[in-house]
Design a protein around this ligand. Sequence first.
Ligand SMILES: [Zn+2]
Ligand SMILES: [Zn+2]
Length: 406
Amino acid sequence: MADSALSTTDLETSFKALVACLDELDNGQLSLSRISGDADDEGPHPTYDSLLTPIEATAVEPTPNTEESRSCAVCEAHTERCCKACSHASLLSKHVQKRTYYCSKPCQEAHWQDHKASCKNIRNLLDRQSLSRAVQFLQRSFYIYREAAFDLSIKSINFQGNTVVIHEGPYVDNEILPGFPHDLVKSQKPEVKNMLLTMMSCSDMFIQIEKLCALLLKDTKYVKKIEELAVVVGHGPLNWHFHRHQGLFKSEHFPHTAYRVTLRDQSKWAIDLTAAQYGYAANLLPWKKYEQTRLRRILSISSFGTSSIQAAAVHTPGGLTPFGLVNELSTAIWHAQREIGKALEMDVINGLKGRGLTADILLAALPDGECATEMLYVLAAGKYAMEEFKKYVQQNTAKLFKEHMA
Ligand SMILES: [Zn+2]
Ligand SMILES: [Zn+2]
């Protein structure tokens, strides 16, 4: 476990990618003036009561900004209250955003016409930051889950051009989850690890970390809509050939999955947590860019949670897949993985609670450094819980495996 434990550097790297991603998103397309142009198309704004908040109520105070004057934007009276909707503005340092202070509701109301456009700009930028952070957290969670619940035995890994050729190894009976082949992966290019973790596990994103996706995406204010998509994607920088005992499996044989998310500003995004199996690094793209660069066609669009319900129905006695009857072995593996996934979900959710965090605080109110640290704590705890739980699961599912092999 030591070699794969999360390190601070690990998460820092991930956060550099996050910031780079945000920069890329901002690149040209996200100028403040442009957003203010469509600021009016979302119906009535929230009530003033919900918008005016004492700054003390903000769970985390960003680094004090000495230039920030705490006087009412209308009457200049000293005040400790600011517009709630943009109270985290100072986190967006690159745009030099400041909070807007008001002494009272009448003053805030009087100023709303002036403030409305910049308030929405800030909120939209924070929404995109939240999305970017949520995706990095979910990606990390997904890799941790897959590593703990890895269900394939791998004998060898070789490169042929841009194809990774993988051979399946033997399965020891009573070992339902053979474990991730760290030794084989060590000598390979770094992208091979994430390729192995994501290949043939697309819908696990919808199923095994569903509760985390709900917490950080579906049940938040910044996400307006989220859909589960089955898609066909074009060739990426890499592909894989997997020589299994049942025959040759290729990356192009499998449909792919993605979430499509619509934010409050109506922008649409593709979340692709298993993109690494095609050699792609980006896991969050504007939907248009995803359409242009990866998507060939959409096979189905379902509401959030659909895949999870379907998978549970399949893995019951006598359950049917589109490919026929599910056997005991695949069901045993699925249940073992589900238990490991649940251990992660529960531990992350409890871990956030234990650290006094809500999804909103983690995604929108913490400065980058603190956010990285909190994610590190929560994920490290989740990883430990999962490894422990895995031992228990393996002991209990061993007999099913033996029945199947007999
Ligand atoms: Zn005032
Ligand atoms: Zn505001």
